[in-house]
Design a protein around this ligand. Structure first.
Ligand code: NAD
Ligand code: UGA
Length: 464
Protein backbone atom coordinates (compact mmCIF):
# COMPACT_ATOMS: atom_id res chain seq x y z
CA UNK A 1 0.00 0.00 0.00
CA UNK A 2 1.26 3.48 -0.80
CA UNK A 3 0.21 5.91 1.88
CA UNK A 4 -1.88 8.65 0.34
CA UNK A 5 -3.94 9.81 3.29
CA UNK A 6 -2.97 10.20 6.93
CA UNK A 7 -5.30 11.02 9.81
CA UNK A 8 -4.14 12.05 13.27
CA UNK A 9 -6.40 11.72 16.31
CA UNK A 10 -5.42 14.51 18.72
CA UNK A 11 -4.58 18.05 17.61
CA UNK A 12 -2.38 18.95 20.58
CA UNK A 13 1.26 19.91 21.11
CA UNK A 14 2.34 16.72 19.33
CA UNK A 15 -0.39 15.99 16.76
CA UNK A 16 -0.49 19.58 15.43
CA UNK A 17 3.24 20.24 14.83
CA UNK A 18 4.07 16.64 13.80
CA UNK A 19 1.36 16.47 11.15
CA UNK A 20 2.10 20.00 9.93
CA UNK A 21 5.70 18.96 9.26
CA UNK A 22 4.60 15.69 7.58
CA UNK A 23 2.30 17.75 5.32
CA UNK A 24 5.14 20.17 4.55
CA UNK A 25 7.58 17.43 3.65
CA UNK A 26 5.13 15.08 1.90
CA UNK A 27 3.12 17.30 -0.47
CA UNK A 28 1.49 14.27 -2.09
CA UNK A 29 0.03 12.99 1.16
CA UNK A 30 -3.24 14.45 2.45
CA UNK A 31 -2.92 14.94 6.21
CA UNK A 32 -6.02 15.52 8.34
CA UNK A 33 -5.63 16.31 12.04
CA UNK A 34 -8.80 15.55 13.99
CA UNK A 35 -9.80 16.44 17.51
CA UNK A 36 -12.97 16.01 19.48
CA UNK A 37 -12.55 19.57 20.78
CA UNK A 38 -14.37 21.95 18.43
CA UNK A 39 -12.63 24.92 20.06
CA UNK A 40 -9.16 23.49 19.40
CA UNK A 41 -9.91 22.72 15.77
CA UNK A 42 -11.39 26.20 15.26
CA UNK A 43 -8.15 27.67 16.63
CA UNK A 44 -6.07 25.50 14.28
CA UNK A 45 -8.17 26.87 11.42
CA UNK A 46 -7.77 30.49 12.58
CA UNK A 47 -4.93 33.04 12.48
CA UNK A 48 -4.16 32.42 16.17
CA UNK A 49 -3.07 28.80 16.55
CA UNK A 50 -3.86 27.09 19.87
CA UNK A 51 -0.18 26.67 20.73
CA UNK A 52 2.81 28.98 20.48
CA UNK A 53 5.71 27.22 18.83
CA UNK A 54 8.44 29.07 16.89
CA UNK A 55 8.15 28.38 13.14
CA UNK A 56 4.78 26.60 13.39
CA UNK A 57 2.69 29.46 11.96
CA UNK A 58 4.78 29.45 8.79
CA UNK A 59 4.46 25.72 8.23
CA UNK A 60 0.70 25.77 8.85
CA UNK A 61 0.25 28.77 6.57
CA UNK A 62 2.11 27.00 3.75
CA UNK A 63 0.12 23.74 3.94
CA UNK A 64 -3.30 24.44 5.44
CA UNK A 65 -6.07 24.00 2.86
CA UNK A 66 -3.64 22.34 0.41
CA UNK A 67 -2.68 18.99 1.92
CA UNK A 68 -3.14 19.82 5.62
CA UNK A 69 -6.60 19.95 7.20
CA UNK A 70 -7.86 20.37 10.75
CA UNK A 71 -11.26 18.83 11.36
CA UNK A 72 -13.73 17.57 13.93
CA UNK A 73 -15.08 15.06 11.41
CA UNK A 74 -13.29 12.12 12.98
CA UNK A 75 -15.40 9.58 11.07
CA UNK A 76 -14.33 10.90 7.68
CA UNK A 77 -10.71 11.27 8.83
CA UNK A 78 -10.58 7.64 9.94
CA UNK A 79 -12.47 6.22 6.99
CA UNK A 80 -10.38 7.81 4.27
CA UNK A 81 -6.95 7.33 5.93
CA UNK A 82 -4.43 4.62 5.10
CA UNK A 83 -2.48 5.42 8.25
CA UNK A 84 -3.82 6.81 11.54
CA UNK A 85 -1.68 8.38 14.26
CA UNK A 86 -3.07 8.19 17.79
CA UNK A 87 -1.70 11.32 19.39
CA UNK A 88 -4.10 11.85 22.24
CA UNK A 89 -3.18 12.84 25.79
CA UNK A 90 -2.09 10.16 28.29
CA UNK A 91 -2.19 11.99 31.64
CA UNK A 92 -1.41 10.49 35.03
CA UNK A 93 -4.46 8.80 36.56
CA UNK A 94 -6.11 10.95 39.22
CA UNK A 95 -8.32 8.22 40.68
CA UNK A 96 -8.65 4.49 41.24
CA UNK A 97 -6.05 1.84 40.56
CA UNK A 98 -2.61 3.39 40.07
CA UNK A 99 -3.88 6.86 41.10
CA UNK A 100 -1.11 9.47 40.89
CA UNK A 101 1.26 7.16 38.99
CA UNK A 102 -0.22 5.04 36.22
CA UNK A 103 -0.96 6.56 32.81
CA UNK A 104 -4.64 7.04 32.13
CA UNK A 105 -5.16 5.28 28.82
CA UNK A 106 -8.85 6.11 28.46
CA UNK A 107 -8.22 8.49 25.54
CA UNK A 108 -6.02 5.94 23.74
CA UNK A 109 -8.67 3.30 24.27
CA UNK A 110 -11.46 5.55 23.04
CA UNK A 111 -9.39 6.42 19.94
CA UNK A 112 -8.89 2.70 19.25
CA UNK A 113 -12.62 2.05 19.69
CA UNK A 114 -13.47 4.88 17.29
CA UNK A 115 -11.18 3.32 14.69
CA UNK A 116 -12.72 -0.12 15.28
CA UNK A 117 -16.23 1.32 14.85
CA UNK A 118 -15.57 3.46 11.82
CA UNK A 119 -12.87 1.81 9.69
CA UNK A 120 -14.05 0.15 6.50
CA UNK A 121 -10.65 -0.61 4.92
CA UNK A 122 -7.14 -1.72 5.98
CA UNK A 123 -5.34 0.65 8.36
CA UNK A 124 -1.92 1.09 9.83
CA UNK A 125 -2.56 2.42 13.33
CA UNK A 126 0.39 4.23 14.85
CA UNK A 127 0.69 4.81 18.58
CA UNK A 128 2.37 8.20 18.85
CA UNK A 129 1.21 9.06 22.36
CA UNK A 130 3.63 8.15 25.15
CA UNK A 131 2.32 5.01 26.81
CA UNK A 132 3.40 2.27 29.23
CA UNK A 133 5.06 -0.78 27.72
CA UNK A 134 2.47 -3.17 26.27
CA UNK A 135 -0.11 -0.44 25.62
CA UNK A 136 -0.09 -1.38 21.94
CA UNK A 137 -1.53 -4.70 23.06
CA UNK A 138 -4.67 -2.85 24.23
CA UNK A 139 -5.04 -1.24 20.82
CA UNK A 140 -4.42 -4.59 19.11
CA UNK A 141 -7.00 -6.36 21.26
CA UNK A 142 -9.69 -3.73 20.63
CA UNK A 143 -9.06 -3.56 16.89
CA UNK A 144 -8.65 -7.28 16.29
CA UNK A 145 -11.67 -8.21 18.42
CA UNK A 146 -13.80 -5.93 16.25
CA UNK A 147 -12.38 -6.64 12.82
CA UNK A 148 -14.88 -6.49 9.97
CA UNK A 149 -14.51 -8.58 6.82
CA UNK A 150 -11.85 -7.14 4.53
CA UNK A 151 -10.40 -4.85 7.21
CA UNK A 152 -6.93 -5.62 8.54
CA UNK A 153 -4.95 -3.65 11.06
CA UNK A 154 -1.25 -3.29 11.71
CA UNK A 155 -0.28 -1.52 14.92
CA UNK A 156 3.01 0.34 15.19
CA UNK A 157 4.70 2.27 17.97
CA UNK A 158 6.27 5.55 16.84
CA UNK A 159 6.96 7.69 19.91
CA UNK A 160 7.62 11.39 19.53
CA UNK A 161 10.82 13.01 20.81
CA UNK A 162 10.18 16.69 20.05
CA UNK A 163 10.64 19.25 22.81
CA UNK A 164 8.33 22.24 23.08
CA UNK A 165 9.85 25.53 22.01
CA UNK A 166 11.99 23.74 19.40
CA UNK A 167 9.35 21.36 18.00
CA UNK A 168 9.62 22.40 14.35
CA UNK A 169 13.41 22.14 14.22
CA UNK A 170 13.27 18.89 16.21
CA UNK A 171 10.83 17.43 13.69
CA UNK A 172 12.57 18.67 10.56
CA UNK A 173 16.05 17.70 11.74
CA UNK A 174 15.13 14.70 13.90
CA UNK A 175 18.21 12.94 15.28
CA UNK A 176 16.20 9.75 15.21
CA UNK A 177 12.80 8.43 14.36
CA UNK A 178 11.83 5.27 16.20
CA UNK A 179 9.38 2.76 14.78
CA UNK A 180 8.42 -0.46 16.54
CA UNK A 181 6.26 -3.18 15.05
CA UNK A 182 5.46 -6.85 15.05
CA UNK A 183 8.02 -9.35 13.87
CA UNK A 184 5.76 -10.78 11.18
CA UNK A 185 5.84 -10.18 7.40
CA UNK A 186 2.81 -7.87 7.67
CA UNK A 187 4.30 -6.08 10.70
CA UNK A 188 7.59 -5.50 8.87
CA UNK A 189 5.73 -4.30 5.79
CA UNK A 190 3.83 -1.74 7.89
CA UNK A 191 7.11 -0.55 9.42
CA UNK A 192 8.50 -0.03 5.91
CA UNK A 193 5.43 1.96 4.89
CA UNK A 194 5.81 4.34 7.83
CA UNK A 195 9.58 4.55 7.14
CA UNK A 196 8.70 5.63 3.60
CA UNK A 197 6.71 8.59 4.97
CA UNK A 198 9.62 9.77 7.12
CA UNK A 199 12.19 9.13 4.39
CA UNK A 200 10.70 12.10 2.50
CA UNK A 201 13.03 14.17 4.69
CA UNK A 202 14.79 12.04 7.33
CA UNK A 203 17.93 10.14 6.22
CA UNK A 204 17.26 6.38 6.38
CA UNK A 205 20.17 5.92 8.81
CA UNK A 206 18.30 8.06 11.37
CA UNK A 207 15.25 5.81 11.31
CA UNK A 208 15.52 3.05 13.89
CA UNK A 209 13.25 0.04 13.83
CA UNK A 210 12.66 -2.26 16.80
CA UNK A 211 10.03 -4.53 18.20
CA UNK A 212 6.93 -2.80 19.57
CA UNK A 213 7.81 -3.15 23.26
CA UNK A 214 11.38 -1.83 22.86
CA UNK A 215 9.97 1.20 21.09
CA UNK A 216 7.45 1.90 23.86
CA UNK A 217 10.04 1.42 26.60
CA UNK A 218 12.67 3.54 24.78
CA UNK A 219 10.39 6.56 24.95
CA UNK A 220 9.92 6.27 28.72
CA UNK A 221 13.63 5.56 29.10
CA UNK A 222 14.70 8.60 27.05
CA UNK A 223 12.58 10.96 29.15
CA UNK A 224 13.74 9.30 32.37
CA UNK A 225 17.41 9.71 31.36
CA UNK A 226 16.90 13.37 30.43
CA UNK A 227 15.10 14.15 33.68
CA UNK A 228 17.70 12.21 35.64
CA UNK A 229 20.46 14.47 34.28
CA UNK A 230 18.56 17.54 35.47
CA UNK A 231 18.00 16.05 38.92
CA UNK A 232 21.68 15.08 39.07
CA UNK A 233 22.90 18.59 38.33
CA UNK A 234 20.22 20.11 40.57
CA UNK A 235 21.37 17.89 43.44
CA UNK A 236 24.87 19.25 42.94
CA UNK A 237 23.56 22.82 42.86
CA UNK A 238 22.70 22.40 46.55
CA UNK A 239 26.25 21.21 47.24
CA UNK A 240 27.61 24.22 45.33
CA UNK A 241 25.56 26.67 47.37
CA UNK A 242 26.85 25.05 50.58
CA UNK A 243 30.49 25.04 49.56
CA UNK A 244 31.26 27.94 47.25
CA UNK A 245 31.55 25.82 44.09
CA UNK A 246 29.70 27.18 41.05
CA UNK A 247 27.30 24.72 39.40
CA UNK A 248 27.81 26.22 35.92
CA UNK A 249 31.54 25.62 36.22
CA UNK A 250 30.95 22.11 37.51
CA UNK A 251 28.55 21.38 34.61
CA UNK A 252 31.08 22.72 32.11
CA UNK A 253 33.86 20.59 33.55
CA UNK A 254 31.78 17.44 33.87
CA UNK A 255 30.10 17.85 30.47
CA UNK A 256 33.45 18.18 28.69
CA UNK A 257 33.87 14.42 29.09
CA UNK A 258 32.48 13.18 25.78
CA UNK A 259 31.01 10.17 27.57
CA UNK A 260 28.83 12.57 29.56
CA UNK A 261 28.33 15.45 27.10
CA UNK A 262 27.41 19.08 27.79
CA UNK A 263 23.66 19.14 27.11
CA UNK A 264 20.87 18.99 29.68
CA UNK A 265 23.12 19.96 32.57
CA UNK A 266 21.51 23.32 33.25
CA UNK A 267 20.67 23.61 36.96
CA UNK A 268 17.26 25.19 37.46
CA UNK A 269 14.35 25.55 39.85
CA UNK A 270 13.36 22.06 38.71
CA UNK A 271 12.03 20.58 35.53
CA UNK A 272 8.42 21.09 34.47
CA UNK A 273 6.43 20.24 31.37
CA UNK A 274 3.69 17.81 30.66
CA UNK A 275 5.85 14.72 30.29
CA UNK A 276 8.93 14.21 32.48
CA UNK A 277 7.03 13.73 35.72
CA UNK A 278 4.15 11.86 34.08
CA UNK A 279 6.41 9.49 32.17
CA UNK A 280 8.68 8.74 35.13
CA UNK A 281 5.62 8.05 37.29
CA UNK A 282 4.47 5.77 34.52
CA UNK A 283 7.83 3.96 34.55
CA UNK A 284 7.77 3.68 38.34
CA UNK A 285 4.29 2.19 38.27
CA UNK A 286 5.35 -0.26 35.58
CA UNK A 287 8.35 -1.35 37.70
CA UNK A 288 6.14 -1.82 40.75
CA UNK A 289 3.70 -3.92 38.74
CA UNK A 290 6.63 -5.98 37.48
CA UNK A 291 7.76 -6.50 41.08
CA UNK A 292 10.95 -4.49 40.62
CA UNK A 293 10.82 -2.23 43.72
CA UNK A 294 14.53 -1.28 43.62
CA UNK A 295 14.19 -0.01 40.07
CA UNK A 296 11.02 1.88 41.00
CA UNK A 297 12.79 3.50 43.97
CA UNK A 298 15.72 4.54 41.77
CA UNK A 299 13.51 6.53 39.38
CA UNK A 300 11.31 7.84 42.21
CA UNK A 301 14.37 9.63 43.56
CA UNK A 302 14.63 11.68 40.33
CA UNK A 303 11.18 13.06 41.08
CA UNK A 304 11.86 13.54 44.80
CA UNK A 305 14.93 15.59 43.98
CA UNK A 306 12.90 17.71 41.56
CA UNK A 307 10.35 18.50 44.28
CA UNK A 308 13.20 19.25 46.70
CA UNK A 309 14.68 21.74 44.23
CA UNK A 310 11.42 23.67 43.87
CA UNK A 311 10.93 23.70 47.66
CA UNK A 312 14.55 24.72 48.30
CA UNK A 313 14.37 27.67 45.91
CA UNK A 314 11.05 28.95 47.26
CA UNK A 315 12.26 28.60 50.84
CA UNK A 316 15.30 30.66 49.97
CA UNK A 317 13.07 33.45 48.61
CA UNK A 318 11.00 33.57 51.79
CA UNK A 319 13.95 33.33 54.18
CA UNK A 320 15.83 36.11 52.38
CA UNK A 321 12.82 38.40 52.66
CA UNK A 322 13.15 38.29 56.48
CA UNK A 323 11.09 35.12 56.64
CA UNK A 324 7.87 36.90 55.79
CA UNK A 325 6.32 37.79 52.48
CA UNK A 326 2.88 38.67 53.85
CA UNK A 327 1.51 41.67 51.92
CA UNK A 328 4.78 42.06 50.03
CA UNK A 329 4.62 42.62 46.29
CA UNK A 330 6.56 40.00 44.43
CA UNK A 331 7.10 40.12 40.67
CA UNK A 332 7.13 36.67 39.08
CA UNK A 333 8.88 36.83 35.71
CA UNK A 334 8.03 33.89 33.50
CA UNK A 335 5.26 31.36 34.06
CA UNK A 336 5.72 28.80 31.26
CA UNK A 337 7.73 25.67 32.07
CA UNK A 338 10.53 26.75 29.72
CA UNK A 339 11.18 29.55 27.25
CA UNK A 340 9.60 29.72 23.78
CA UNK A 341 6.38 28.00 24.76
CA UNK A 342 3.11 29.17 26.26
CA UNK A 343 2.65 25.77 27.92
CA UNK A 344 2.32 25.87 31.70
CA UNK A 345 1.78 22.19 32.45
CA UNK A 346 3.73 21.23 35.61
CA UNK A 347 5.60 24.54 35.40
CA UNK A 348 7.75 25.09 38.52
CA UNK A 349 6.34 28.65 38.54
CA UNK A 350 3.05 27.16 39.74
CA UNK A 351 4.60 25.71 42.90
CA UNK A 352 6.66 28.85 43.55
CA UNK A 353 3.64 31.15 43.08
CA UNK A 354 1.30 29.02 45.14
CA UNK A 355 3.71 28.80 48.07
CA UNK A 356 4.25 32.55 48.05
CA UNK A 357 0.47 33.09 47.92
CA UNK A 358 0.02 30.72 50.87
CA UNK A 359 2.48 32.93 52.77
CA UNK A 360 0.30 35.98 52.06
CA UNK A 361 2.29 37.57 49.21
CA UNK A 362 0.78 39.66 46.43
CA UNK A 363 1.98 38.41 43.07
CA UNK A 364 2.53 40.45 39.93
CA UNK A 365 3.04 37.93 37.16
CA UNK A 366 4.37 38.53 33.66
CA UNK A 367 5.03 35.97 30.94
CA UNK A 368 5.54 36.90 27.27
CA UNK A 369 3.42 34.05 25.88
CA UNK A 370 1.16 32.59 28.54
CA UNK A 371 -2.42 33.86 28.37
CA UNK A 372 -3.66 35.49 31.62
CA UNK A 373 -6.59 33.06 31.83
CA UNK A 374 -4.14 30.16 31.71
CA UNK A 375 -2.16 31.54 34.67
CA UNK A 376 -5.35 31.97 36.70
CA UNK A 377 -6.50 28.50 35.65
CA UNK A 378 -3.28 26.94 36.97
CA UNK A 379 -3.30 28.89 40.25
CA UNK A 380 -6.98 28.32 41.04
CA UNK A 381 -6.90 24.63 40.12
CA UNK A 382 -8.42 22.65 43.04
CA UNK A 383 -5.31 20.41 43.06
CA UNK A 384 -3.23 23.51 43.81
CA UNK A 385 -5.39 25.62 46.11
CA UNK A 386 -8.48 25.40 48.22
CA UNK A 387 -8.81 29.19 48.23
CA UNK A 388 -9.38 30.42 44.66
CA UNK A 389 -10.86 33.72 45.92
CA UNK A 390 -7.58 34.63 47.68
CA UNK A 391 -5.67 33.79 44.51
CA UNK A 392 -7.91 36.06 42.44
CA UNK A 393 -7.50 38.87 44.99
CA UNK A 394 -3.73 38.61 45.34
CA UNK A 395 -2.62 37.91 41.78
CA UNK A 396 -2.29 40.54 39.11
CA UNK A 397 -1.23 39.60 35.59
CA UNK A 398 0.82 42.20 33.71
CA UNK A 399 1.56 42.71 30.05
CA UNK A 400 5.14 43.93 30.50
CA UNK A 401 7.95 43.03 32.88
CA UNK A 402 8.38 46.72 33.78
CA UNK A 403 4.80 47.02 34.93
CA UNK A 404 5.08 43.78 36.99
CA UNK A 405 8.17 44.98 38.88
CA UNK A 406 6.94 48.46 39.74
CA UNK A 407 6.65 48.72 43.53
CA UNK A 408 7.88 45.14 44.04
CA UNK A 409 9.98 44.05 47.01
CA UNK A 410 11.46 41.22 45.00
CA UNK A 411 11.69 39.70 41.53
CA UNK A 412 11.48 35.93 41.22
CA UNK A 413 12.60 34.78 37.78
CA UNK A 414 11.06 31.40 36.95
CA UNK A 415 11.48 31.04 33.16
CA UNK A 416 14.58 31.72 31.08
CA UNK A 417 12.93 33.95 28.41
CA UNK A 418 15.63 35.75 26.43
CA UNK A 419 13.91 39.13 26.86
CA UNK A 420 14.62 39.02 30.62
CA UNK A 421 18.36 39.17 29.94
CA UNK A 422 18.09 42.54 28.24
CA UNK A 423 15.77 44.31 30.68
CA UNK A 424 17.00 47.70 31.91
CA UNK A 425 17.75 46.69 35.50
CA UNK A 426 18.90 50.19 36.47
CA UNK A 427 15.45 51.47 35.58
CA UNK A 428 13.88 48.50 37.36
CA UNK A 429 15.91 49.12 40.52
CA UNK A 430 14.62 52.66 40.66
CA UNK A 431 10.95 51.62 40.65
CA UNK A 432 11.30 48.80 43.19
CA UNK A 433 11.02 48.87 46.99
CA UNK A 434 14.37 48.85 48.84
CA UNK A 435 16.16 46.69 49.70
CA UNK A 436 15.47 45.26 46.25
CA UNK A 437 15.87 41.50 45.76
CA UNK A 438 16.27 39.34 42.68
CA UNK A 439 16.01 35.55 42.78
CA UNK A 440 17.28 34.21 39.49
CA UNK A 441 15.88 30.67 39.26
CA UNK A 442 17.41 30.13 35.83
CA UNK A 443 20.94 31.57 36.19
CA UNK A 444 20.49 33.82 33.17
CA UNK A 445 21.14 37.31 34.55
CA UNK A 446 24.42 39.16 34.99
CA UNK A 447 24.65 38.87 38.77
CA UNK A 448 27.70 41.03 39.25
CA UNK A 449 26.11 43.88 37.34
CA UNK A 450 22.90 43.55 39.36
CA UNK A 451 24.88 43.67 42.60
CA UNK A 452 26.69 46.79 41.40
CA UNK A 453 23.32 48.45 40.77
CA UNK A 454 22.39 47.68 44.40
CA UNK A 455 20.27 44.53 44.16
CA UNK A 456 20.50 41.67 46.64
CA UNK A 457 20.86 38.70 44.31
CA UNK A 458 20.39 34.98 44.87
CA UNK A 459 20.59 32.26 42.27
CA UNK A 460 20.81 28.49 41.87
CA UNK A 461 24.06 26.65 42.49
CA UNK A 462 26.27 29.60 43.34
CA UNK A 463 26.85 31.68 46.45
CA UNK A 464 26.83 35.38 45.63
P1 NAD B 1 -2.52 17.57 24.29
O1 NAD B 1 -3.33 17.49 25.52
O2 NAD B 1 -1.92 18.88 23.87
O3 NAD B 1 -3.39 17.07 23.03
C1 NAD B 1 -4.14 15.90 23.03
C2 NAD B 1 -5.41 16.15 22.22
O4 NAD B 1 -6.09 14.90 22.02
C3 NAD B 1 -6.42 17.07 22.91
O5 NAD B 1 -6.68 18.19 22.07
C4 NAD B 1 -7.68 16.19 23.07
O6 NAD B 1 -8.89 16.91 22.88
C5 NAD B 1 -7.49 15.19 21.96
N1 NAD B 1 -8.22 13.92 22.11
C6 NAD B 1 -8.33 13.13 23.21
N2 NAD B 1 -9.05 12.03 22.90
C7 NAD B 1 -9.38 12.12 21.59
C8 NAD B 1 -10.08 11.29 20.70
N3 NAD B 1 -10.58 10.10 21.08
N4 NAD B 1 -10.24 11.70 19.42
C9 NAD B 1 -9.74 12.88 19.01
N5 NAD B 1 -9.04 13.71 19.81
C10 NAD B 1 -8.86 13.33 21.09
O7 NAD B 1 -1.38 16.48 24.43
P2 NAD B 1 0.09 16.50 23.78
O8 NAD B 1 0.99 17.37 24.57
O9 NAD B 1 -0.03 16.71 22.31
O10 NAD B 1 0.55 15.00 24.07
C11 NAD B 1 -0.01 13.91 23.34
C12 NAD B 1 0.83 12.68 23.64
O11 NAD B 1 2.16 12.87 23.15
C13 NAD B 1 0.98 12.34 25.13
O12 NAD B 1 0.99 10.95 25.28
C14 NAD B 1 2.34 12.92 25.47
O13 NAD B 1 2.95 12.21 26.53
C15 NAD B 1 3.12 12.68 24.20
N6 NAD B 1 4.24 13.61 23.96
C16 NAD B 1 4.09 14.95 24.22
C17 NAD B 1 5.14 15.82 23.96
C18 NAD B 1 5.02 17.30 24.22
O14 NAD B 1 6.01 17.99 24.06
N7 NAD B 1 3.88 17.83 24.62
C19 NAD B 1 6.32 15.34 23.37
C20 NAD B 1 6.43 13.97 23.10
C21 NAD B 1 5.36 13.11 23.40
C1 UGA C 1 10.96 16.78 26.84
C2 UGA C 1 12.07 16.06 26.06
O1 UGA C 1 13.19 16.94 25.94
C3 UGA C 1 11.57 15.66 24.69
O2 UGA C 1 12.58 14.92 24.01
C4 UGA C 1 10.32 14.78 24.85
O3 UGA C 1 9.80 14.42 23.59
C5 UGA C 1 9.27 15.55 25.62
O4 UGA C 1 9.83 15.93 26.92
C6 UGA C 1 8.05 14.76 25.91
O5 UGA C 1 8.07 13.56 25.87
O6 UGA C 1 7.09 15.46 26.21
P1 UGA C 1 9.96 19.24 26.90
O7 UGA C 1 9.37 18.80 28.18
O8 UGA C 1 9.08 19.87 25.89
O9 UGA C 1 10.65 17.98 26.16
O10 UGA C 1 11.16 20.28 27.18
P2 UGA C 1 12.64 20.11 27.76
O11 UGA C 1 13.52 20.97 26.96
O12 UGA C 1 13.03 18.69 27.87
O13 UGA C 1 12.53 20.76 29.20
C7 UGA C 1 11.81 20.11 30.24
C8 UGA C 1 12.06 20.84 31.54
O14 UGA C 1 13.39 20.63 31.99
C9 UGA C 1 11.88 22.35 31.46
O15 UGA C 1 11.25 22.82 32.62
C10 UGA C 1 13.30 22.86 31.38
O16 UGA C 1 13.45 24.17 31.84
C11 UGA C 1 14.02 21.87 32.27
N1 UGA C 1 15.46 21.75 31.99
C12 UGA C 1 15.90 21.31 30.78
C13 UGA C 1 16.37 22.04 32.98
O17 UGA C 1 15.99 22.43 34.11
N2 UGA C 1 17.72 21.91 32.73
C14 UGA C 1 18.17 21.47 31.53
O18 UGA C 1 19.42 21.36 31.37
C15 UGA C 1 17.24 21.17 30.53
Amino acid sequence: MVIEKICCLGAGYVGGPTCSVIALKCPNIKVTVCDKSVERINQWNSDKLPIYEPGLDDVVRQCRGKNLFFSTDIAQGIQEADLIFISVNTPTKTFGNGKGRAADLKYVESAARMIADLATSNKIVVEKSTVPVKAAEIIMKILRANTKPGVNYQILSNPEFLAEGTAIVDLIEAERVLIGGEDTPDGQKAIQELCWVYEHWIPAKNILTTNTWSSELSKLAANAFLAQRISSINSLSAVCEATGADVSEVARAVGRDSRIGPKFLEASIGFGGSCFQKDILNLIYLCECLNLPEVAAYWQQVLNLNDYQKIRFTRKVIESLFNTVTDKNIAVLGFSFKKNTGDTRESPAIYVSQTLLDEGAKLNIYDPKVEPDQIMYELTNPYVTSEPEIVKKNVEIHDTAYSAVTGAHAIVLCTEWDEFKTLDFQKIYEVMMKPAYIFDGRKILNHERLQNIGFHVQTIGKRL
